[in-house]
Every structure is written in C-alpha cells, then in structure tokens.
Design a binder for this molecule. Sequence first.
Ligand code: FAD
Length: 377
Amino acid sequence: MQKQYFDVIIIGGGLAGLCSAIHLSKHDLKVLLIEKNSYPKHKVCGEYISNEVLPYLNYLGFNPFDFGAKRISKFELTTHNNKKIEANLPLGGFGMSRYEMDFQLYQLALKYGVSVEQDTVVDVAFKNDEFQVETKSNTIFTSKIAIGAFGKRSNLDVKFKRDFIRKKSPYLGVKIHVSGNFPEDKVALHNFKGGYCGVSKVENNHINLCYITSYDAFKKHKDIESFQGEVVFKNSALKHIFQHTDTVFENPLTISQISFETKNPVENHILMCGDSAGMIHPLCGNGMGMAIRSAKIVSDGIVEFLNEDTKSRSQLEISYTKTWRKTFAFRLKIGHAIAYLFRQDWLAPKLLVLLRVFPFLVPQIIRMTHGKLMKMP
Ligand SMILES: Cc1cc2nc3c(=O)[nH]c(=O)nc-3n(C[C@H](O)[C@H](O)[C@H](O)COP(=O)(O)OP(=O)(O)OC[C@H]3O[C@@H](n4cnc5c(N)ncnc54)[C@H](O)[C@@H]3O)c2cc1C
C-alpha cells in the first residue's frame, strides 16, 4: 500500500469529474482523478447537451465543434398516439457522443497535468481533516478535498448508505447508435406507453437513439426486441427511424435502476457533483448541463477555500449546498413534474393539444428545466 497526497481527489471521470479536474488544475491545484473505466467508452445517454454550458466548456479549453458536434436548434415532440408538436429551442444545444466528449475532456485533463488513475474507489475515510481514498487495487491516496463525481449509482452509494439507494428505482435505459437520415439540427422526443426515446445526431453523423422506460412497462415482454416491436413501435416516428436505419452497435447498451430520488450535495464531507448530487429526468435533456455547471460551482468553492484560507470546511460545505440547491432545485422539481405528467398516458395527448393551441408555452417550459447561458469572465 502506498500513500500519495493531493489537494483534490475526484472520484469518477464522467463530465462532472473531468470538468472539475480541468478547472482545478487551471488554478494550479494538484488534482487526482480516479475513474474505474478506460477512455473512450460509450455510455447510455441521449447525448443532447444544452448550450447553457458552452461558455464554461470554452473557458476550460474545450470547443465541441472542433470535434464535429452538431448544432441543434429545433425540437419535436410526439405522443404515444402519434400527435406531434415542433418548436425552436430557446438556447439550443449540440449533439456529441459521450464516447468522444469524455475522451476529449480526458485528453485535455492530461494536458493540464491532472493525474489520472484507472481504478475503482472502494472506500473514503475522513480523518484529521483529510481524506483517505482507497481503491480496489489496494492503493490509498490522501487529499485535503474529495469530490464525489461517481454518477447516478455507484458502489460508493451503497458503502455510504445513501438514502436514495434503499428505495426502488424502477427505470431502465437503452441506447444504440444507428446510421441513416435524420436532420442534424433537431432533437426529437418520441413518447411511447411507459417511456420516451430521444433522437439526435452526434459528431460522426450517427444518430443516437436512447430510450428510458419503467420495469412495469418492460417486464411483460420477453426481450428488448419484442418490447420495441410491441410497445415502442406504436409510435410511428420511432418505428420509421428504427426500421429505416442501420445499427452501428453490435448490441444495445442498457442500464437499470435509474433513480431520480433527492440526494445530498455533501455526504461525509465529500462534495458531490453531477448525478452524484442529484439527477434531473432525462426527458429534460439537461443532466449533462447540470453536471458541467455543478463542476464550476464546486471548483469555484474549492479554489476559494484552498487559496484564500478565509473559509472553514463547514462554511465551504454549507455554501456549496446552498448554491447547488439555488441553482438546480427549481429545474429538478419542474423536470420531475413534466416527466410525471407525460407518464400519464391519458393526459399526454391532452397536454399536447394544449401546447398546440398555446405554442409559446413550449419554449417557456423548456426554459424552466434549463439554466441561463453561463457567464464567464
Ligand atoms: C437514458 C438517459 C438519457 C439521458 N439523456 C440525456 C441527454 O440527452 N442530455 C443530457 O444533458 N443528459 C442526459 N442524461 C443525463 C446524463 O447522462 C447525466 O446527467 C450525466 O452523464 C452526468 O454526468 P456525471 O459526470 O455526473 O456522471 P457519469 O457520466 O455517469 O460519470 C460518472 C463516472 O464515475 C465512474 N465511477 C463510478 N463509481 C466509481 C468508483 N467507485 N470509482 C471510480 N470511478 C467510478 C463511472 O465509471 C463514470 O465514468 C441521460 C441519462 C439517462 C439515464
């Protein structure tokens, strides 16, 4: 067992972890990022990212359009019984695969001098005002600050006995990339009974098809193929896309036990960032925006705490929790309410009629689930 000391250890190298790592290294802090998987890797995700975070990504030195990201400005929604509305997105966004985006941010983190370990963190102890982070390979790393950026569900949530992990999480996600025709500038949300599927293009012209559904809807069917045939394809837009494109993945990627329960932004003195702090319903297409924005909030707080020495640890934790809640609580609430309403199969078509009569409501609802464009100095 060896010991190495860092200013900050970040557990998890998704978007929240990578952005915080780059931000903190830009401020000359000694940063270790521990990620259990190697890069690049596909993840179950809709891969539509709100422009809200573009100024911050640019500040970190990352321009998604240098890597072929697609600019997205149009939105389409269909219900399970094939009613449709279209709207312009108030802020817009871009389409980029997690395979490419996480990999490019990882490269950037290395360039900025972030130490990266491929290992799984199995325990974190806080003793004598410092963290001891233990990995599966039996190494212990020590730091002044620890960021938890380990995503929506991790072995560490079980280890820390976090409240949400004891509750049932009845959702699963499926994703494939396909090739074929789909407008570059559009993100579509096609609903089916028990779920919805996001459709948008990514950097290499592939189309990302990613759906989320409940176990209740899925369990009556024997496998993904029969579920799609009997439920998903009742939405004619989805049937058309699935049947007129060629799959790029050998098999669909799947995840289960997706939870939208409330979490605490600080646990055991670890500052939680991204999905580890709270997850918005994917229907809103803003989880990545929140992960990236929370990386800025946590990093600003840490830089102030470590460099200016004017705050105690408990002040840092209180102010992070406060800012996190102020920034995200409202959109989380609205996001969950919208997802709930669209899950009511009898109500969704009626809501759509209402939105058709009052189309100005669509951008307003989208605005409520997103933040304003981040302002950088
Ligand atoms: C079906 C679905 C569709 C979605 N669609 C969209 C969308 O279109 N737009 C959008 O903005 N958001 C979307 N989201 C949400 C988005 O994917 C997440 O909000 C985002 O990935 C959060 O980033 P993160 O860095 O917090 O977590 P992650 O990207 O999950 O990263 C966490 C990392 O931690 C690592 N890790 C976990 N435990 C350990 C450990 N013990 N030790 C070391 N490493 C560990 C994991 O390997 C992982 O790489 C979707 C989510 C789902 C489920």
